[in-house]
Design a protein around this ligand. Structure first.
Ligand code: AMP
Length: 436
């Protein structure tokens, strides 16, 4: 099956070809025809599956057939949880739509609003936005959402986790009744089900196998090691195996900083990205990592979510995540869209409960290894796991982490916008209006 078999028009096929894609991914095979038909869609897919092209290509095709937008009006609205993801989706829209004459723009908080207001003034075919800033602009009447034809909620689970539900509800209230709705989510909690029930009308349902349950492209291994030896083991593995581009996950911002500093001292170039870093620091670190100048990027889950780093060869869980699903997101950073990847987790005695939760979720046992010279102490006692907010997180035995809520994120509480900064700037800036 090729992209042209899916019924895409020539302009889009040319753009896809220019990206170097030859075969549609499983989600694209299913989503493209479903969206072209015009009905609603509920898709379970995470970053790395090719979901962005899965909704962008057919969305652009439908928009190309209709009339241009009037002043301040938006024809297709894509909501994303973070700036990074908004910038990435915006780039995909521009890339795939390069041979069409549609106008698109990306907006998010934390930057000046005037350029965004100016960009929307003439009307947009596609607006990619984070919910908070969009609502601000809508309330000031800078954007008219009453003629939206297509609504996409990308990474809806993460939007709910970040407390955007109230903003989303307010946005839904100003949309027209008749429209096409596409909802993408990596997980299906009760909250997502409730949102889907409210939002979607007889949706086509698409579920693509999670990368880690099939895991054909990601080689996953666990290194058992003592808590105090993790850093040394990480440096040893990187050096011994000559790993070049390594994304390392830590549980806390402080832990990310400390680890990056310590690796740098050992002549392993490393930088940390997380919500307390300025946007420019994060953009700089990410750019250096992508070009290969920076060997190790240490990140917290939120900072790394949605980063499109192509063909990332190594992901290391320096600490296991508190929420088992985050393991899936983390290793989804490697072995993407056809390239092989390795995911390594350093697990100490405190984390055995978290590991069990992950193995339950992915329905398989992970290979356990012990690196000579780093044998764990068989008599070590588990200690409570620090989660960066002074609270004890699950782990240390009984609580496997599965199904656990993220600590400190009560429903309705919006995460500080800071966690959502640093758009990817592959070609000249994430927030410019373009002829898509
Ligand atoms: P996404 O899941 O949308 O974040 O996409 C993950 C990565 O897969 C991105 O780097 C895309 O450029 C790439 N990609 C998307 N579709 C394809 C395809 N059909 N063939 C190869 N790579 C693709």
């Amino acid at each position: 099956m090729t992209f042209s078999d899916l019924g895409l028009r020539a302009e889009l096929l040319r753009a896809v070809e220019a990206q170097g894609y030859t075969t549609p991914t499983p989600i694209q095979l299913k989503a493209i025809p479903a969206v072209l038909k015009g009905g609603d869609l509920l898709a379970s897919a995470q970053t790395g599956t090719g979901k962005t092209a899965g909704f962008t290509l057919p969305m652009l095709q439908r928009l190309a057939d209709g009339p241009r937008p009037a002043k301040r009006q938006v024809r297709a609205l894509v909501l994303t949880p973070t700036r990074e993801l908004a910038a990435q989706v915006g780039e995909s829209v521009a890339d795939y739509g390069r041979h069409l004459t549609l106008k698109s723009h990306v907006i998010f908080g934390g930057v000046g609003q005037q350029p965004q207001v100016d960009a929307i003034r003439g009307g947009l075919d596609v607006l990619v936005a984070t919910p908070g800033r969009l609502l601000d602009l809508q309330q000031q009447k800078h954007v008219d959402l009453s003629r939206v034809e297509i609504l996409v909620l990308d990474e809806a689970d993460r939007m709910l986790d970040m407390g955007f539900i109230h903003d989303i509800k307010k946005i839904l209230r100003v949309l027209p009744e008749k429209r096409q709705n596409l909802l993408f989510s990596a997980t299906f909690s009760n909250e997502i089900q409730a949102l889907a029930n409210k939002l979607l009308d007889d949706p086509a349902m698409i579920e693509v196998a999670r990368r880690n349950t099939t895991a054909e492209l990601v080689d996953q291994a666990i290194y058992r090691v003592d808590r105090e030896k993790k850093r040394e083991l990480l440096a040893h593995l990187i050096t011994r195996h000559d790993w070049q581009q390594v994304l390392v996950f830590t549980r806390t911002k402080h832990g990310a900083n400390r680890l990056a500093e310590q690796l740098s001292k050992q002549d392993i170039p490393a930088m940390a990205i997380h919500g307390n870093k300025s946007q420019s620091a994060r953009t700089k670190a990410l750019a250096a990592f992508k070009t290969g100048d920076l060997q190790v990027l240490v990140a917290t889950d939120i900072a790394a979510r949605g980063l499109d780093i192509e063909e990332l060869p190594h992901v290391v869980n320096f600490e296991l995540p508190n929420v088992a699903e985050d393991y899936v997101h983390r290793i989804g950073r490697t072995g993407r869209a056809g390239s092989e990847g390795k995911a390594v987790s350093l697990v100490c005695v405190d984390e055995h409960g978290l590991l069990k939760g992950i193995e339950r979720l992915i329905k398989r046992d992970l290979e356990k290894r012990i690196e000579p010279g780093f044998e764990p102490d068989p008599n070590a006692k588990p200690e409570p796991i620090e989660n960066g907010r002074g609270k004890r997180a699950g782990g240390g035995g009984r609580n496997g982490g599965q199904g656990q809520r993220r600590q400190g994120q009560a429903a309705g509480q919006r995460r500080s916008g800071d966690e959502a900064r640093a758009p990817r700037r592959r070609r000249g800036g994430g927030s410019g209006s373009r002829q898509a």
